[in-house]
Design a protein around this ligand. Structure first.
Ligand code: HEC
Length: 185
């Protein structure tokens, strides 16, 4: 087999008029795994508008999770926490208030995530900021694959809730713990 007459990839050849052994790709050819027609998932937008809710099921599939919805959420959130602390906390700090170490050393401060505007922003906005950057913040499209971007979005939502939740939204156990900690009226 190895000794058969054959052309190596990209070798010159006088067989075809353009002198190349390798044939040009048929127009419209898409490499396996690169058919990104699902705009909501890959771009966080539909018709130029950010999607409201992160696509949990697709993220779960991409991260090879097959547990219950609760397990999936816990896993995605944990993944998001890890990725956020690696890629974002240097500027946004671990709570999202925007006072990370790089900012303390002079980099322009990002806005806090705990503003009414960003609490009301759709999930797709955060995905878009990671994918395309925002103002002075560069994008992270090359470093962070789509499923991890969505995982980070889920964690930003958790950070926002951690600073802005009504006591009535807590589980009974958490409410009890909160009451135990609160000073007596
Ligand atoms: C090197 C510092 C730096 C890092 C790292 C960084 N950001 Fe930012 N981010 C900024 C700055 C600065 C701004 C404000 C940009 C502006 O308004 O010009 C910003 C703004 C934002 C905003 C607010 C957009 C708005 O609507 O106002 C979001 C959301 C955000 N970043 C998310 C992230 C996420 C998620 C990561 C990690 C994947 C990340 N950032 C990593 C510096 C950083």
């Amino acid at each position: 087999m190895a000794d058969q007459p054959h052309l190596e990839p990209l070798e010159a050849s006088d067989f075809f008029p353009n002198g190349m052994a390798s044939r040009p790709l048929v127009e419209g050819t898409v490499a396996r795994g690169h058919l990104r027609i699902d705009k909501a998932y890959f771009e966080g937008q539909v018709d130029g508008k950010p999607v409201e809710q992160l696509p949990w099921e697709k993220v779960a599939t991409a991260l090879h999770l097959d547990g219950s919805p609760e397990q999936t959420r816990a896993h995605v959130l944990e993944r998001g926490r890890e990725r956020f602390n690696i890629f974002c906390s240097a500027c946004h700090d671990q709570t999202g208030s925007g006072q990370g170490m790089v900012v303390q050393r002079g980099f322009p401060a990002p806005p806090t995530y705990h503003s009414d505007r960003l609490r009301a922003a759709p999930d797709g906005h955060f995905y878009d900021v990671i994918t395309r950057g925002f103002g002075r913040m560069s994008d992270y499209a090359d470093q962070i694959p789509p499923a991890d971007r969505w995982a980070i979005v889920s964690y930003i939502r958790a950070l926002q809730l951690s600073q802005h939740a009504a006591a009535s939204e807590l589980s009974p156990a958490d409410r009890k713990a909160l009451q135990a900690e609160a000073p007596a009226p």
